[in-house]
Design a protein around this ligand. Structure first.
Ligand code: AMP
Length: 307
């Protein structure tokens, strides 16, 4: 049982209707690692950081079983920086700044010790780099899951389509599914996107849950109705980490088990939004996760007698 995760390790500045932070740790791979390490260890991380990435964060991740042999440290450059502002509904946001910094000349190298990994989570990153990681693997993993965002659809669509041909599961939000497919209907969008490569597609709908598509099957997982959503940053990556973490732990990549995995992903994401940045992800225990998954089961559990 082994998992490689690829993505950004970053600083974020975030503004929500409830507050503002200027510089906290973030990044797609950071959130994925926090979530996935609840289910299996080691998590083999591939990323790049600058001189400014906090040592305590590195130590914290290592203590959780995240291996950082594939994380390049650039001594004279700053880490990737992203800044975003959420709208009042907290489901949508504007990107204010994307400073690539170290990412500009990132050339990910898969360490020999990572070869033979059965699961690959391609977190949100330049599609060309996601493809480079796939191409370096000597044995194709049992399952490749890919996350991406509108930013890469806008500036690197052809590269993104090349990666899509090589992955098993794509994770996008509803707006991104519409942008990628050119379809308004999510059902039509799903069909078109699956024709581009991935046999499975997950469309995240923020506080309205997530849809899992495969062939002619569709499954819906709700999001837990929360009294307070403080900061949705990283919820998508945390969802991805929980999803692939569960699949890697159980080693079962059937559609049935993916249904459970999207409930697990949704449960993890529901913690992430409770505090700014990855703070809540550092605190939660296995018991917290189990209790929250039980709340999801309760949320959708009903009997019906059709006469
Ligand atoms: P999410 O809210 O799940 O979409 O993820 C937000 C995280 O993704 C933040 O912590 C950012 O640092 C990171 N991020 C934002 N834009 C990008 C990008 N273009 N590529 C990779 N990571 C990004």
């Amino acid at each position: 049982m082994s998992l490689i995760t690829v993505g950004t390790m970053a600083f974020d500045a975030i503004e929500t209707p409830f507050g503002k932070v200027d510089k906290i740790v973030g990044g797609s791979a950071t959130y994925v690692a926090y979530a996935a390490s609840n289910f299996l260890q080691p998590v083999q991380q591939i990323s790049i950081i600058g001189y400014d990435f906090p040592k305590e964060e590195i130590e914290g991740l290592k203590k959780r079983g995240v291996v950082l042999d594939g994380v390049e440290v650039v001594p004279d450059k700053k880490s990737f920086f992203w800044s975003g502002r959420y709208h009042v509904d907290m489901n949508s946001r504007d990107t204010l700044i994307t400073d690539l910094n170290v990412l500009e000349d990132f050339n990910p190298i898969v360490p020999d010790s990572y070869q033979g990994s059965e699961f690959l989570m391609l977190g949100n990153l330049m599609p060309k780099l996601q493809l480079s990681v796939i191409n370096q693997l000597k044995v194709r993993p049992k399952l490749i899951v890919m996350d991406t965002m509108n930013f890469w659809m806008d500036i690197a669509l052809d590269d993104l389509k090349a990666v899509l041909k090589k992955v098993d599961v794509l994770l996008v939000n509803d707006g991104e599914a519409r942008q990628l497919s050119g379809e308004v209907s999510l059902v039509k969008a799903a069909r078109k996107i699956m024709e581009m490569g991935p046999a499975f597609l997950i469309i995240k709908k923020g506080e309205h849950g997530a849809l899992l598509f495969h062939k002619n099957h569709v499954f819906f997982a709700p999001a837990l109705p929360l009294e307070e959503v403080f900061d949705p940053t990283g919820a998508g990556d945390t969802f991805a980490g929980g999803f692939i973490g569960h699949l890697a732990k159980t080693k079962d990549i059937s559609f049935e088990n993916m249904k459970t995995a999207i409930i697990v992903g949704s449960a993890l994401a529901s913690f992430c939004v409770e505090k700014f940045g990855p703070e809540r992800m550092r605190e939660i225990t296995k018991q917290d996760i189990d209790e929250r998954i039980a709340e999801f089961v309760q949320l959708v559990n009903f009997d019906i007698d059709l006469v």
